[in-house]
Design a protein around this ligand. Structure first.
Ligand code: ARG
Length: 259
């Protein structure tokens, strides 16, 4: 058995299939200027995306502990850098919020917001992202970015932003027997899949964006391991009516913030 595992690992390494943002490429913030790093005591713990000059969209599960422990003043947001640990502009959090119906089990309505003290100044490296109003068709190319693990087993985070292109899966497709999740795919969840490609721990809260239109459709939420065959990454659905009504209640002019 051990020899079989060794042989399979060597084979997958030789084929370049080792799971590593898993199997993405190093990216520049100028390509994804809406991406931010959310940090606690200056350590990256989740991704986010810029909705307005002082509002960051992220995952509720990133923020729930911070709210419970009343640690909002330990949270900062770094924008405008390809590196989570240096450069760009850092702002402190003023308040954070999570969807009122968020539950960690199952991971429904995994969406939240960070309001910064003061506004980011938009530039080539710092820009807001538009939210979609409709989900794309099945298999539409989507891209996810972040500073999360390069593989399920590698706990060190990359310093440089990673990006990986995936295919969008509708909730119906993601629930189908072709994949391993079945009824775990609940309301407010969408999926994205790629061969040995995925988001991973540390990418949570980051944006899933439709490539052709450059609009955000999801927020990195959860998955069984990372880049496991038959287990796509799961994202919070930004078109879910309850997600939209939450965001509308917190974000003025949700769909018309662009310049
Ligand atoms: N929950 C993870 C985080 O907090 C994200 C996991 C995404 N997993 C996946 N297989 N796509 O960073």
């Amino acid at each position: 058995m051990f020899r079989l595992i060794v042989a399979l690992s060597v084979l997958s390494l030789a084929l370049g299939l080792e799971d590593r943002i898993v199997n993405g490429k190093t990216a520049s913030i100028s390509e994804y200027p809406y991406q931010v790093s959310i940090q606690k005591y200056n350590s990256h713990f989740c991704g986010g995306s810029i909705l307005k000059d002082d509002l960051i969209l992220t995952a509720a599960h990133c923020l729930v502990d911070v709210i419970q422990k009343d640690e909002v003043d330990t949270i900062t947001v770094r924008a405008g850098s390809s590196h989570w640990d240096e450069g760009g502009v850092v702002k402190n959090a003023e308040w954070i919020s999570i969807h009122p119906n968020f539950r960690p089990q199952p991971m429904v309505y995994d969406v939240g917001l960070v309001k910064t003290i003061g506004s980011f100044v938009f530039s080539n490296l710092i820009k807001p992202i538009a939210l979609t109003r409709v989900l794309p068709p099945l298999y539409e190319p989507v891209v996810v970015t972040g500073w999360g693990r390069l593989s399920e087993s590698e706990s060190n985070l990359p310093k440089t932003l990673q990006a990986v292109e995936l295919e969008f899966l509708t909730p119906e497709k993601c629930r189908s027997p072709h994949f391993g999740y079945a009824s775990a795919i609940m309301t407010s969840m969408i999926c994205a899949d790629g061969p040995y490609k995925d988001s991973c721990q540390g990418d949570s809260g980051g944006p899933l964006v439709e490539v052709d239109t450059n609009v955000q459709i999801g927020v990195v939420s959860w998955g069984l391991g990372c880049a496991k065959r038959g287990f796509p990454g799961i994202y919070c659905d930004l078109t879910d009516p309850n997600v939209v009504s939450y965001l509308r209640s917190k974000v003025p002019n949700l769909y018309n913030y662009e310049q």
